[in-house]
Design a binder for this molecule. Structure first.
Ligand code: BGC
Length: 301
């Protein structure tokens, strides 16, 4: 059955018609930085273009950064999307697209992890932790092949755990969260500060590191260390069969990933460990997962 997925990210919105985990058609637009109403308009417009081509599609899944309130279909706040606070995503998309659509909301990392569970790297596992490292950091927890939601739908907000209390203040209003220490945005901030250059990007940091730049190497090492801390903590709480790592930063190659693994190993010494795999569906995991949650209302196999 064909369903539509919409993956809302800090920099881009990707919508796609998906069948059996395969993308049939997609639309990609930049995420407006001018507030929630413009973001919803852009999401609806991307969806409309695809729905005109596939008029039988009535089920839509939305993957959004959170924390979310799943019962109300509401984004409580999305730290990396400008002015996304208290947004009734399901209601407001229905207003724009029509009440005939069944629209379900899911956390973007949960959705991506669900896709990896159904079609990708976590397929053989019954318990896994999916982690996305990109502009932000998020996680999807699977136990017994089902997404763990928690009471409100905000379980697995790995990016917001405290790894350095009172460290750099972040978008969620707290200092020293994992996202503030180890995300793509954190690396960018550190590079701009340490190298005194206001336009450096995370990509530049990796390019400079490849040339042996010592500050860039330290920034990556620091981010990888805190990611290792986050994963070791997850290991001890969930003891999953495996971790799947996705998101833009994970695509930067072994230099980063080998460090993450070595810190994870160091911090789980004497404990059972999980396998670590890269996401197989790459950057499409989010949109395929969003489309899949519309197919599986229980978010389980
Ligand atoms: C959000 C998470 C999301 C992650 C990746 C974080 O800022 O709080 O819900 O999964 O970014 O987009």
């Amino acid at each position: 059955m064909k369903t539509l997925g919409i993956d809302l990210g800090g920099t881009k919105i990707l919508a796609a018609v998906v069948e059996e985990g395969k993308i049939l058609a997609s639309q990609r637009v930049s995420t407006p930085q001018t507030g929630a109403s413009d973001v919803l308009d852009a999401m609806a417009e991307a969806a409309r273009v695809l729905l005109e081509r596939y008029p039988t599609v009535k089920d839509i899944g939305v993957g959004s950064p959170g924390p979310l309130d799943l019962k109300e279909g509401r984004v409580i706040f999305a730290p990396n999307v400008a002015n996304m606070t208290n947004v009734y995503m399901v209601r407001d998309l229905k207003t724009r697209l029509g009440n005939e659509f069944n629209i379900v909301l899911e956390n973007d990392a949960n959705a991506a992890g669900f896709a990896e569970h159904l079609y990708g790297a976590a397929h053989a596992w019954h318990s896994s932790v999916f982690i996305t490292v990109s502009t932000g950091i998020g996680a999807g927890l699977y136990v017994g092949d089902k997404i763990v939601h928690g009471a409100h739908g905000s379980a697995g907000e790995l990016g917001h755990i405290s790894v350095m209390p009172r460290g750099p203040l972040w978008g969620d209003g707290h200092g020293g969260t994992l996202e503030s220490m180890a995300s793509g945005r954190a690396m960018e901030r550190d590079a701009r500060y340490a190298m005194n250059h206001p336009e450096l990007t995370t990509r530049d940091v990796f390019a400079l590191a490849a040339q042996g730049d010592s500050k860039a190497l330290k920034i990556i090492d620091n981010a990888a260390f805190f990611m290792g801390v986050g994963m070791a903590n997850m290991q001890k709480i969930f003891d999953p069969e495996g971790f799947v790592i996705g998101g833009g930063v994970s695509l930067q190659g072994d230099a980063y990933l080998d460090k993450v693994k070595s810190y994870y190993n160091e911090l789980t010494e004497n404990y059972p460990r999980a396998e670590i795999q890269l996401a197989q569906l790459g950057v499409d995991a989010g949109v395929i997962g969003a489309a899949s949650v519309a197919l599986y209302p229980n978010r389980g196999l």
